[in-house]
Design a protein around this ligand. Structure first.
Ligand SMILES: Cc1ncc(CO)c(N)n1
Length: 232
């Protein structure tokens, strides 16, 4: 980055202010019955299957937000990182989904033709709207909960109960508990925190609103798969 924020502001990082502002909702992610059941392996297969199908659709749209991100910066290191995130989302996570798809007898066509459930649709519209029309700090804020919450959930679940080798969702747990995945959230937080110094109060208030909305959708995503959400 060509600029350095003054030391005084770095003591109160924006990313921490964003999360501290909504701590109870943050905490409720790891307490959601879907997450608990995913961690201890009791999650019914139907719910996991529903989740995996919806998540494959979600990740396709998340991939596109990284493409938009490259258009909002001239910093080569950032452009390179967004390109890597784009490819990783497409390849690493898609691989996880395809392995689960195979295990559950879901073909790539099944995975492609499943319609988005209401929450997947709403969450991805939220992300894409900000990706298309927002600033880079707004985009980083919108995608931060998805990287940060999954790393925390993965770490929490592996930490409280290391999965046995026959745990049905072991691959999922190991993917999100990995240091590689954690690094995604860390990088996004650092970039956002560096830019925070240049934001006025109004702009920062907007980021709090975006962060809250994305965090709410993260909770709703678990809830959608727990309840097998349907359109009316
Ligand atoms: C809904 C959702 N949020 C975050 C992640 C992590 O990439 C994911 N795979 N799915």
């Amino acid at each position: 980055m060509p600029f350095e924020p003054p030391a005084a502001r770095t003591q109160h990082r924006l990313s921490e202010r964003l999360r501290d502002g909504i701590l109870p909702l943050w905490q409720r992610q790891i307490e959601h019955p879907f997450v608990i059941a995913l961690g201890n392996g009791t999650l019914p297969r139907a719910n996991f299957q529903f989740y995996i199908l919806q998540d494959a659709l979600f990740l396709d749209e998340l991939t596109k937000t990284f493409a938009y991100a490259t258009t909002k910066t001239t910093d080569h290191e950032e452009m390179e990182q967004f390109g890597k995130f784009l490819l990783n989302t497409l390849l690493v996570e898609a691989d996880l989904h395809h392995r689960y798809g195979e295990r559950f007898g879901l073909s790539p066509t099944d995975m492609m033709t499943t319609p988005m459930a209401p929450t997947t649709y709403a969450y991805t519209r939220h992300l894409l709207t900000i990706a298309a029309f927002g600033t880079l700090p707004e985009l980083l804020t919108a995608i931060l909960p998805c990287a940060w919450i999954y790393a925390e959930v993965g770490r929490h679940l592996i930490g409280t109960m290391p999965p046995a080798t026959d745990h049905p969702y072991q691959d999922w747990l190991l993917t999100y508990a990995s240091p590689d995945f954690d690094a995604v959230g860390t990088w996004i937080r650092e970039r956002l925190d560096q830019r925070a110094f240049f934001l006025n109060d109004h702009e920062e208030a907007r980021l709090h609103e975006i962060f809250l909305t994305s965090t709410r959708y993260e909770w709703l995503f678990w809830d959608m798969a727990w309840k097998l959400e349907e359109w009316p």
